[in-house]
Design a protein around this ligand. Sequence first.
Ligand code: FES
Length: 147
Amino acid sequence: LRRPYHQKVVDHFEKPSNVGSLDKNDPNVGTGLVGAPACGDVMKLQIRVDADGNIVESKFKTFGCGSAIASSSVATEWVKGRNVDDATKITNKDIAAHLNLPPVKLHCSMLAEDAINAAIADYKNKKKGAVESADDHRLEAAAVAAA
Ligand code: FES
């Protein structure tokens, strides 16, 4: 190691928080799967959202470097308890600053920001889909009633 990693990176790498998976078919779960073109590393981050739009659980699996693992660990800790709209405000800069990542490792924290946003987008898409299909059912019911 040319440059010693900051202790926080080592801690999260040794004992990452929230490693695992949630059921991606659960309508209240959003899944973000993103890759870093620069290095080929991949991060999956999932959130479970309650009826009020608050993130109650988050899990990740990262195939990547120590900084990516530490970044995803921090990301899952930070999104928990936040509203989905509020969680999109977490930036890679916050994560990188928290972990003291060197400039060459900034893209690793970017992966975490992308994964959070992808998970939230997936969750919102599912909700939108659910509302639209409920509307379809209502339309169908109305058409049947009118016939
Ligand atoms: Fe690519 Fe860290 S080296 S995510």
